[in-house]
Design a protein around this ligand. Structure first.
Ligand code: GLU
Length: 469
């Protein structure tokens, strides 16, 4: 085990990049520290016993408000981890130009050990604690799902918040990742996985980067391994498969499976649901140790579960050419150095998994504007497209076939607008980081380049606020 914590690791990556900037050391120190930390204990009656629940909310940066970041439900949650994840949120938001400061929450429980009824009590009580201290609100701090939480928990949060703050016109914007029926936005659920796909697709389209790791350009035919079949892992795997990549390996905590011909992601999920395990999937080989699949020969490895899965011990055995960090912090700093030295390309978490918070931003905007995306322009666009198509048909004397007609005429629905906003965001962020890397040839890796971009943006906005001369 390394003798530094997760938050230390984030600080180390920060310092590594800060060296390449000219910002005053005081400015850098202010960006590094967590601005506000709230640790709470509250009682919840579970069955006939009173349980004391330990939970946190950390606001890493107030340089832009509201603060933003998910709430993790896991026994492993501790203050250091929440601080590290909150810091990553600040840098993540800066890179994708989402105007929020970073935050993160955590409830130290194993959600699988509680009934839905008890989870609801815990979530509502946690929300009340946040309200009491002004740690939640559309202009203050806006939570979202993270490992162990999802739409259902966000629905409880928004209901608790709006009941306790009646008449607050923008109340729905107090949390994102809500069900669509409760103020959510279409396209949020798959957003992180889709963002991972858009980001890696852009990298795979860059000839110089792919050539450096010995790959051809393009997604099609690439052999992909995904670790973690939760919301992020499942969607990342699915979008790669749909784009013509071959998902050769999948890993979960009960074990991992492999097939050179490719695994059908939905079929594996159905198999897991039916049998309780991904193991023994028809036509695939089993690995007894779940991390074994990570060390197999493949083109792209996507760790999409928790932190520290690739460390000094197993990094030397990783054969993947590109490692795309869909999880937060899946590589330790040692693993990072080893992989870079071995000529692998590590695409860093805090930008690659920013799809979730990007679409959260769209959801928050929807809540503040009180209108569904596409509502105002869909019909107008369709009418105009009908006119244009009619003119072309008249002039050419030919009729478009039905499928083409449908595509051309289609006015944007909410999900189309959300996905196009996400695609644009991920492509722009990828190019910006790669450009910063090229412009600073002494910067050793893409993570440092991403931090460099983030530090410059956060420092600039502090300067704009007039906080620093
Ligand atoms: N928990 C997600 C993350 O780590 C999403 C955060 C959000 O949407 O605010 O980026």
């Amino acid at each position: 085990m390394s003798d530094y914590s997760f938050f230390d690791a984030v600080q180390m990556s920060f310092d590594k990049a800060a060296k390449y900037t000219k910002w005053d050391p005081g400015v850098l120190e202010q960006i590094k520290q967590c601005n506000a930390v709230y640790r709470m204990h509250f009682p919840v009656k579970i069955g006939d016993k009173i349980e004391v629940i330990k939970a946190y909310r950390v606001q890493h940066s107030h340089h832009k408000l509201p603060c933003k970041g998910g709430i993790r439900y896991a026994t492993s949650v501790n203050l250091d981890e929440v601080m590290a994840l909150a810091a990553l949120m600040t840098f993540k938001c800066a890179i994708v130009n989402v105007p929020f400061g970073g935050a993160k929450g955590g409830i130290s429980i194993d959600p699988r050990k509680y009934s839905a009824y008890d989870l609801e009590k815990i979530t509502r009580r946690y929300t009340s604690e946040l309200i009491k201290k002004n740690f939640i609100g559309p202009g203050l701090d806006v939570p979202a799902p993270d490992y162990g939480s999802g739409e259902r928990e966000m629905a409880w949060i928004v209901d608790t918040y709006t009941s306790m703050r009646p008449g607050e016109i923008d109340g729905l914007g107090c949390v994102t990742g809500k069900p669509v029926t409760q103020g959510g936005v279409r396209g949020r659920k798959e957003a992180t996985g889709l963002g991972v796909f858009y980001g890696l697709r852009e990298i795979l389209n860059m000839e110089d980067l792919t050539a450096k790791v010995g790959l051809t350009t393009g997604v099609e035919g690439k052999r992909v391994v995904v670790q973690g079949l939760g919301n992020v892992g499942y969607h990342s795997a699915k979008f790669f498969q749909d784009a013509g990549a071959i998902v050769v390996g999948l890993a979960e905590y009960e074990g991992s499976i492999w097939s050179d011909q490719g695994l059908d992601v939905d079929a594996v999920v159905a198999h897991r649901k039916a049998t309780g395990s991904i193991l023994n999937f028809p036509g695939a080989n089993n690995f007894a140790v779940n991390t074994e699949a990570l060390e197999m020969d493949c083109d792209v490895l996507i760790p999409a579960a928790l932190e520290n899965v690739i460390n000094a011990e197993n990094a030397p055995r990783i054969k993947a050419k590109i490692i795309g960090e869909a999880a937060n912090g899946p590589l330790t700093p040692e693993a990072d150095e080893i992989l870079t030295k071995n000529g692998r390309l590590v695409v860093p978490d805090m930008y690659l998994n920013a799809g979730g918070v990007t679409v959260s931003y769209f959801e928050w905007l929807k809540n503040l504007s009180h209108v569904r995306y596409g509502r105002m322009e869909k019909r107008f666009t369709e009418n105009q497209n009908t006119q244009i198509l009619g003119q072309i048909e008249n002039l050419t004397g030919k009729k478009a076939d039905n499928k083409v007609r449908e595509t051309i005429m289609h006015g944007p629905d909410e999900v189309d607008i959300v996905r196009s906003g996400l695609e644009e965001t991920m492509i722009t962020a990828t190019r910006e980081i790669v450009e910063a890397w090229k412009n600073n040839p002494e910067v050793p890796d893409m993570r440092t380049a991403a931090y460099l971009v983030a530090i410059n943006k956060v420092a600039t906005s502090y300067a704009e606020l007039g906080i620093f001369p």
